[in-house]
Design a protein around this ligand. Structure first.
Ligand SMILES: Nc1ncnc2c1ncn2[C@@H]1O[C@H](COP(=O)(O)OP(=O)(O)OP(=O)(O)O)[C@@H](O)[C@H]1O
Ligand SMILES: [Mg+2]
Length: 264
């Protein structure tokens, strides 16, 4: 299989133990098998501490598995990281305090050697998208928590990465901004063919965004269900549709541990 027709992400028998063999040993993940197709949108949901951030960090090669393999775009995760296959927006905004908002968004483009003029134009386009065009010259400390989070989202999207990893990116946002960014995110992912892993605690958000909702349970963290969502093109009507509510009911049942149809 060549790199171009390989899945976006492949986790096989992944296991992660923190502090192995020492006091405070934690098995964060066990027996994780998941294949994500190119262009697919995966929502990851499960109780606090079940290993969602750990799974994302393994895919991003920020930590290494204790067992099993993590393959991204047909390559080991470490190689994919060096090849800059990712855009990442994590639970904390993680902005650089000494850089302006615009220069924070420009940073991944700078690292890729994108020319200054193009960098600036792209950063401004992304800031407009997240509703922060007027704040380009501000510093992160001058923004609210939700605004900082939106800068982090703009930064993750700026490079149009093949794989987008997002860890509760919309958690700090008001409902209307959140719904607008959900639609924008779907539009960008569809337009650029981006594959996405999106962690959320919101069942409606997971169902609205995802092609498949991956449900996890804690202690030890593992995948308990994969719920396919078939709602077609999303829009305002989707949020009122019977299919949307049916999806929510199915994911809720899976979170409670009530058996539902599982896709292999
Ligand atoms: N660096 C670390 N060192 C030790 N234990 C860790 C580390 N990172 C995570 N863990 C443990 O691994 C488990 C899973 O943590 P993780 O952050 O992946 O959970 P989560 O599903 O993202 O939770 P939340 O929804 O609260 O963000 C927890 O028991 C946590 O204490
Ligand atoms: Mg987390």
């Amino acid at each position: 299989m060549s790199a171009t027709d390989s899945p976006a992400v492949e986790l096989a028998g992944v296991h992660k133990v923190f502090h192995a063999g020492r006091p405070g040993e934690v098995t964060a993940l066990t027996g994780v098998d998941l294949t994500i197709a190119r262009g697919e949108f995966i929502a990851l949901i499960g109780p606090s501490g079940c290993g969602k951030s750990t799974l994302l960090r393994l895919v991003a090669d920020l930590i290494t598995p204790s067992g099993g393999t993590v393959t991204v775009a047909g390559k080991p995760a470490g190689k994919a990281r060096l090849d800059q296959e990712y855009g990442i927006a994590f639970q904390q905004a993680g902005l650089f305090e000494w850089r302006t908002v615009r220069r924070n968004v420009e940073l991944p483009l700078e690292l890729r050697g994108t020319p200054k003029r193009e960098r600036r134009a792209r950063a401004e386009e992304m800031l407009a998208l997240v509703g922060l065009a007027d704040f380009a010259r501000h510093y992160p400390a001058q923004l609210s928590g939700g605004m900082q989070q939106r800068v982090a989202i703009a930064r993750a999207l700026a490079v149009h990465p093949p794989l987008l990893l997002m860890d509760e990116p919309f958690g700090a946002l008001d409902e209307m901004t959140r719904e607008r960014l959900q639609d924008e995110l779907l539009r960008i992912c569809a337009a650029t063919g981006t594959s996405t892993i999106f962690v959320t605690h919101s069942v409606p958000e997971a169902v609205y965004l995802a092609d498949r909702v991956v449900v996890m349970s804690a202690r030890p963290g593992r995948i308990t269900d994969v719920v396919p969502i078939d709602l077609g093109e999303r829009g305002e009507a989707t949020r009122q549709s019977p299919g949307f509510f049916a999806g929510i009911t199915t994911v809720r049942a899976a979170l409670r541990g009530t058996p539902v149809a599982v896709e292999s």
